[in-house]
Design a binder for this molecule. Structure first.
Ligand code: ATP
Ligand code: MG
Length: 397
């Protein structure tokens, strides 16, 4: 493996606040440290503040977030600064925690409550890495390993590990066997059922945008969590073709649509739509995901063989997808075809061309020729069919 990056990263050049309390120390923590060491782009930075009180943070101009949580927003950068804290399990799910933040809590105590060793490192403003739980070693070994047995206290960690596996598996990362055991243990209890659908969706959506989203599902399956969190996807996850399809680079919505089409492939078109709607309701999938999945599942078969369709079928497909009025899904739908077939390249150029030409059919012109009512509708359809026919016989349109 390539050596981990070292040296003072640019990300730390702007630790902002002029500290007038010498005990107060600010560290970059979590994903930003991990990704800096991996040479990955850093999109969001989290900070931990040791030796401070809420009053001190407010005096320095930070804005508090929520009321129970010792987290503050920096007035200029908008980044999150959390007071060092310890936590204790107090109930079910990932919200069932008591937090204890005080100026006495050390950096090491704050880091030990984190999920994975690679997420439990900090960096000071000189670029020094503080790594009490050997995160750098696990980065070298490409291991997703829990920090402490307290991992089992938060079921969300099962899903987070699966998401990190979706992000880093292509680099050779694996889940440490002892961490997988804890995940399986969590799945065997009733903890996963206490996660809110919104939170699970959030992680799933992020996983769909990672390099290898199939690894998210496969890791959940290995942890025996797939049958609890996404029982509807078991068939799709057992299908190698589907896994390969969603591993190709594509928009997260497209991968979702391909996955759901496969999940409910065995049912008829009407039932499939119903099942997709139920899935999206259960898992709180936003409309942008739901709408594309519905369109794709009902029309993908025809769309993917667009160039073999006759004029009537082409027009029917375009109308079923409502492409003359709303063509913003077209690129995504075609992207979906490119994941499940190899022959969608011609459609990629031909279909937009055809739409452009069809949009030029002008009802006003036909009305001027005396068409109205039902006859007008028929004339428009006729003109559209003719254009489709022209494309098939190769008349330049
Ligand atoms: P990403 O690159 O996806 O933002 P991240 O590791 O930064 O990954 P965040 O959700 O931003 O993830 O959380 C920041 C840090 O907070 C993590 O690196 C980890 O140390 C800690 N953390 C977040 N969620 C949990 C959790 N459920 N259990 C334990 N530690 C957590
Ligand atoms: Mg982060």
């Amino acid at each position: 493996m390539a050596a981990l990056n070292s040296g003072k990263p640019a990300v730390l050049s702007s630790v902002p606040i002029a500290l007038n309390n010498p005990r107060m120390q600010i560290y970059l923590v979590g994903g930003a440290v991990r990704d800096t060491l991996l040479g990955y782009p850093v999109y969001d930075r989290d900070w931990v503040v040791v030796g401070a009180t809420p009053e001190l943070m407010l005096q320095q101009g930070f804005r508090p977030v929520g009321k129970d949580f010792p987290v503050f927003i920096h007035p200029d950068s908008g980044e999150e600064y959390a007071l060092a804290r310890t936590e204790r399990k107090s109930g079910k799910g990932y919200t069932g925690f008591h937090y204890h933040a005080s100026p006495e809590v050390t950096l090491e105590e704050d880091l030990i409550r984190r999920d994975l060793t690679i997420n439990a490192m900090a960096m000071d403003d000189d670029g020094n890495i503080i790594d009490p739980y050997n995160g750098q070693h696990d980065l070298q070994q490409k291991l997703l390993r829990h920090v402490s047995p307290a991992f089992s206290e938060d079921p969300l960690r099962v899903i987070r590990v699966a998401r990190f596996q979706a992000r880093y598996a292509h680099l050779g990362f694996t889940v440490a066997p002892e961490t997988l055991l804890l995940m399986q243990h969590l799945a065997a209890g009733d903890e996963l059922e206490h996660l809110t659908a919104e939170r699970v969706w959030q992680e799933f959506q992020r996983a769909l945008g990672e390099k290898t989203p199939q690894q998210f599902l496969l890791t959940l399956k290995q942890a025996n969590a797939l049958q609890i969190l996404f029982p509807e996807l078991i068939t799709a996850v057992n299908d190698q073709q589907t896994l390969t399809a969603i591993s190709k680079p594509a928009d997260a919505r497209v991968r979702f649509a391909v996955l759901l089409r496969s999940a409910f492939a065995a049912t008829n078109a009407e039932l499939r739509s119903e099942k997709i709607k139920t899935f999206c309701d259960t898992h709180r999938s936003p409309n942008a995901y739901r709408d594309l999945a519905l369109q794709f599942s009902s029309q993908a078969d025809q769309l993917c063989r667009f160039t073999q369709l006759n004029a009537g079928q082409r027009l029917e497909l375009i109308k079923n997808l409502d492409l003359l009025r709303r063509s913003e899904h077209l690129d995504l739908l075609l992207e979906g075809c490119s994941l499940i077939t190899d022959n969608s390249i011609t459609a990629k150029t031909e279909l937009p061309l055809l739409l452009q030409r069809l949009q030029q059919v002008d009802p006003a012109q036909l009305m001027a020729q005396g068409f109205k009512g039902k006859a007008l509708g028929k004339a428009i359809n006729q003109a559209q069919l003719q254009i489709c026919q022209q494309q098939i016989v190769g008349v330049s349109i």
